[in-house]
Ligand binder design. Structure first.
Ligand SMILES: Nc1nc2c(c(=O)[nH]1)N[C@@H](CN(C=O)c1ccc(C(=O)N[C@@H](CCC(=O)O)C(=O)O)cc1)CN2
Length: 279
């Protein structure tokens, strides 16, 4: 029988664990504060930022919201980040992505103090991860590892295939699976014979941003499928990069969309905020 990996349930457990830790910090006089910056009014970003603020409030993390207008200049944004870098009471800084086109995302990420980089996107955080040292890990791939571990899915020795090579998901995902002793392959738009590669996977992570792209022809019988995609189908309904109904009977476990990987992204952001106290 196929197991549905419930990210909503697992993220709720993690949030409760973090709530206890935050309460303990508070008893010792330590408060944790996250600065959340949004530039413009992208509707999806507003939902995610709103959910991040709510989640912070639930676990007892203070959040400072900076809602900047669409026409904010790059200089103004960089200036705000530098001010927050220097504020002792701010533990974490998050700039919601995507940013408007006139702002250089890489430069913005590089301007965040690596000690406050709770998104784990700074080159120093990525570098530390690549050499296996402790640091902030990008929230979505970190959440996927938690989903696998808490669902008792072994990674060690498994063929792990990732579709997508983004800096935020694909590449850190590969490093994390490698750290867990998986055998890792990354596929991308130039990969030849994609189906042949993905059919080798015991664990298939799909993050390419194409609705219902992965059908049963791409998966091995009994594979574990992790769907990172968040898209709208032809009827405007939320769907992943995997054709859930098509692959369901062939796989041993799968994450749904919604309710799979997405909620874990926010849980791991809170985890990183708590970690920021001791890192
Ligand atoms: N600074 C960042 N920007 C972005 C990140 C990020 O980690 N840091 N990731 C994404 C957006 N994102 C968080 O910011 C995010 C996306 C989706 C979800 C989520 O819970 N999705 C739900 C469905 C929600 C819906 O109805 O649309 C689900 O999958 O169940 C949480 C966070 C890009 N930007």
């Amino acid at each position: 029988m196929t197991k549905i990996i419930d990210g909503k349930e697992i993220s709720a457990i993690i949030k409760d664990e973090l709530k206890s830790k935050v309460e303990e910090y508070k008893r010792n006089g330590i408060t944790i504060t996250l600065a959340v910056i949004q530039v413009g009014k992208d509707p999806a970003s507003s939902v995610y930022v709103g959910n991040k603020k709510k989640a912070c409030a639930y676990v007892g993390i203070e959040s400072l919201a900076y809602e900047l207008s669409e026409d904010t200049t790059q200089e103004e944004l960089l200036m705000l980040i530098k001010v927050l870098n220097n504020k002792k009471e701010v533990n974490g800084i998050l700039v919601q992505l995507p940013l408007p086109k006139h702002i250089d995302e890489d430069l913005v990420i590089q301007t965040i103090d690596p000690g406050k980089d709770v998104d784990g996107f700074h080159p120093q955080s990525v570098g530390v991860l690549s050499i296996g040292q402790k640091g902030f890990v990008s929230c979505t791939p970190a959440g996927i590892i938690e989903l696998l571990k808490r669902s008792n899915i072994e990674i060690e020795g498994k063929e792990c295939v990732i579709i997508g090579r983004s800096n935020i998901v694909g590449k850190p995902m590969a490093l994390l699976l490698l750290r867990e002793n998986g055998t890792v392959t990354i596929c991308h738009s130039r990969t030849k014979n994609l189906k042949e590669v993905t059919k080798r996977a015991d664990i298939l992570v799909v993050a390419l941003g194409k609705p219902k792209f992965v059908t049963k022809d791409y998966v091995k019988e009994g594979a574990v499928v992790i769907d990172v995609g968040i898209n709208r189908d032809e009827n405007g309904k939320l769907c992943g990069d995997v054709d859930y109904e098509d692959v369901f009977d062939k796989v041993s476990a799968i994450t749904p969309v919604p309710g799979g990987v997405g909620p874990m992204t926010i849980a791991m952001l809170l985890h990183n905020c708590v970690e920021s106290v001791s890192l």
